[in-house]
Design a protein around this ligand. Sequence first.
Ligand code: HEM
Ligand code: HEM
Length: 186
Amino acid sequence: MMSGTLVNTPNRFGLITRLLHWATAIAVLGLLVLGTYIARMQVNLSNLWLFGLHKSIGVTALLLTLLRIAWHIWTPPPPPLPDARWRIALARAVHRAIYALLLLTPIFGWAASSATGLDVVVFNRWTLPAMAPVSEAWETALFLIHRVLATTLAVLIVVHVAGALTRRDGTLWRMIWGRPVPPHGA
Ligand code: HEM
Ligand code: HEM
């Protein structure tokens, strides 16, 4: 019973997949807002912690995504509920692209941060290895890539949420409660 609710089955999203989905969603929405905010600031001693916070949540999002991919290899999520062929194909393509960006965006953020010469320290505790040479040219190029990736991710999330909200077949309920609860309660 317990394991039946934790893992995915052919018609249910298990609890672990749902927690990973919503934790990632909250983290990513926060990162998009916080990233845009810090990118507009002049770094100084009093706001440096906001950069540290963005980096820490960003590395957490990367870890959650690695965990999620491993988890889905171990226990595959259910196939989509029936829908128009083009919508199923679009949803699958968007999911794959989102997964790729959930990996690439933080990796490039980490590399770009390394290029500044500052250590990337996660939650004031774990210092990550540098991923790029310390150089202004690298810093500029890598932050530009980080920004393009993050913007693309934001656009795909809009498409993804629009797709989820325009379905009336229990798809959204299935990602919240596991089962496709009928739209009108019951
Ligand atoms: C904000 C960041 C978000 C990210 C990065 C994200 C990412 C993903 C990914 C990658 C999947 C595919 C899961 C799988 O492997 O099967 C998925 C599924 C899903 N997401 Fe999101 N999501 C986000 C936000 C949301 C929001 C806000 C909603 C609701 C309005 C939502 C609703 C759903 C639903 C219903 C599914 C299941 C689709 C199905 O049954 O095939 N997601 N999401
Ligand atoms: C899924 C994860 C992440 C998302 C969605 C994200 C998103 C963003 C966004 C939207 C910006 C603003 C870009 C701009 O307008 O120029 C930004 C900036 C930034 N990000 Fe991330 N980020 C993520 C992960 C990371 C990670 C892991 C690091 C470092 C370890 C990082 C370091 C930075 C820094 C330092 C900036 C400020 C750049 C500047 O001052 O111009 N990010 N991020």
